[in-house]
Design a protein around this ligand. Structure first.
Ligand code: DQA
Length: 505
């Protein structure tokens, strides 16, 4: 309980059935007399997956004792709601004020909207003070059914979906009127539940309200993204009422048709959707159109149309150019304006990120050689940027001319497969610069090997930050208020030139 308080919780939940050798009077006195925070007591029944060893009478007596000793909230399951009158009477007799929560955990597939509404009505009919509904999200679209319950509930409602696809049910709960948001304590992660630390530090849910605009990263996987720790503090420091959340999406069509509300104001688009998402945009920025990949979508306020942009292209190329200039490599095409001009640019990966890099490199006058596991995809990108495609199997032997640039735009080497490398180590020494679009981990195996081979290296974080700043400008309309710089591995965001927010990525 003290840890919860230190980590910033507003209340703490204790499961009595998890206390070893539970002795109701002894333990409840200790817990309730020393509670540093409002306390929610649950004593789950054996049929509800509990570790409780005694009988049902003992369990309900322990709950009564919790009421008597001043627990702030007592949770009982819908199936045992018949004990509610006894608990309420006990509360009256002991002049206690604990609120009673009636809960329902649905383990199977998420019920339909009608079924959920019936459940909510049933729970309300028990006369409980608060109701709690927990489902399991097999798809992010099921979470919408949870959000739409809130306006129909006359008593405070706690409702969320567990599982990675249900994460937004927790993070957006304050926007829709949820009574509690649950977070796990440091060192005790609970699958499918955000950590208390992330709720307090990154998301700061206490600031979220019904007017908060939602921005999300549509991706699969999504948990690797550092977007939330960058966008959320940035919003706050310019007083923009927005929240940025990871959205694990399986089906773009279903997703966009389930979340058409203007409250869902914009999106980042990650792997594997940067190309497929074009079909769902009503309009495209000319750069995104020519690249054929979108990593940012804005829902235009006036007409609700989805407009697709690409902030990856300039971000990746600027990261590479900055490094070339910083390391004094302004030979060759410098006179043409870019240190990339005339240089050989070897690109591995012709997907969404690869296309952005290829168009960017071509726009700076580089010569491209493109590899992709799908040779047809490599050929069509090569054709679009007047480059050359080579079969993927040739990559292990490909020896570039001296001074070339290598860019990895595949997810090879990304967490958790960090021992993987997209090219043969022995071919690295002729590259002047090696860039990796992967940013988790920060130093990928490719970058470490390239370092060892003497190349200048540029990590995906450099691109990630730059593309995110482009997104921030589009999301908020506050062009030019945010800058970043790095110093000894720590990044500093400077907002409106006055505030610096630092973080390690
Ligand atoms: O490539 C990236 C990274 C990203 O997918 C993320 O991990 O946060 C977000 C995308 O918008 C961006 O283009």
């Amino acid at each position: 309980m003290k840890h919860a308080k230190t980590e910033g919780a507003d209340a703490v939940e204790v499961w009595l059935d998890c206390i070893t050798n539970f002795h109701p009077l002894l333990h409840l006195k200790i817990i309730l007399q020393n509670k540093p925070l409002p306390l929610l007591i649950a004593h789950r029944p054996t049929w509800g997956g509990s570790l409780h060893k005694g009988d049902e009478i003992m369990r309900l007596e322990a709950l009564q004792l919790a009421v008597e000793l001043g627990a702030d909230f007592i949770e009982v399951e819908l199936k045992e709601a018949s004990c509610l009158p006894t608990l309420v009477e006990h509360r009256r007799n002991h002049n206690s004020h604990g609120k009673i929560i009636v809960s329902c955990y649905v383990d199977d597939i998420t019920p339909t909207q009608e079924e959920l509404l019936q459940l909510v009505a049933l729970m309300q009919a028990t006369g409980s003070d608060i109701i709690k509904l927990v489902t399991h999200a097999a798809d992010i679209t099921e979470v919408m059914r949870i959000f739409s319950l809130f306006p129909h509930c006359q008593v405070p409602l706690i409702a969320y979906s567990v599982g990675e696809r249900g994460l937004i049910s927790h993070l957006l709960s304050p926007k829709f009127g949820g009574f509690f948001v649950y977070g796990s304590l440091a060192g005790n992660p609970i699958p499918g539940m955000p950590s208390l630390e992330s709720l307090k530090e990154a998301y700061k849910l206490e600031r979220v309200n019904e007017d908060t605009k939602v921005f999300g990263l549509i991706s699969k996987p999504v948990s690797h993204s550092k977007g939330p720790i960058l966008h959320n503090p940035s919003f706050r420091h310019v007083n923009y009422n927005g929240i940025y959340v990871p959205m694990f999406v399986d089906d773009l069509k279903e997703f966009f048709s389930t979340y058409p509300s203007p409250d869902f104001s914009g999106f980042s688009v990650g792997i594997p959707y940067k190309e497929e998402v074009l079909r769902f945009c009503d309009e495209l920025h000319p750069l995104a159109q020519s690249i054929g990949a979108v990593n940012t979508i804005i829902r235009r306020p006036g007409d609700g149309k989805l407009v697709g942009y690409n902030t990856d292209c300039e971000a990746a190329i600027a990261a590479i150019e900055d490094a070339l200039i910083e390391h004094g490599c302004n030979d060759g095409g410098a006179s043409l304006g870019s240190p990339l001009a005339g240089r050989l640019f070897v690109l591995v990966g012709a997907g969404g990120a690869g296309k952005a890099l290829a168009f960017g490199a071509k726009s700076r006058g580089a010569r491209l050689v493109i590899f992709d596991i799908d040779f047809d995809r490599a050929k069509s990108l090569a054709c679009a940027v007047s480059g050359e495609a080579q079969p993927y199997k040739e990559l292990v032997n490909f020896q570039p001319e001296k001074g070339a640039i290598l860019a990895n735009a595949t997810p090879v080497g990304m967490h958790p497969n960090t021992d993987r490398i997209p090219v043969a180590e022995g071919t690295l020494e002729d590259y002047w610069l090696v860039f990796d679009a992967v940013y988790t981990p920060r130093r990928t195996r490719l970058l470490k090997e390239a370092d060892g081979a003497g190349a200048t290296t540029v990590g995906g974080v450099e691109m990630f930050l730059r593309q995110a700043i482009g997104q921030f400008n589009l999301f908020t309309g506050l062009e030019g208020t945010i800058f970043f710089f790095s110093f000894h591995g720590t990044f500093f965001l400077s907002l409106n030139s006055i505030f610096s927010y630092s973080f390690a990525l």
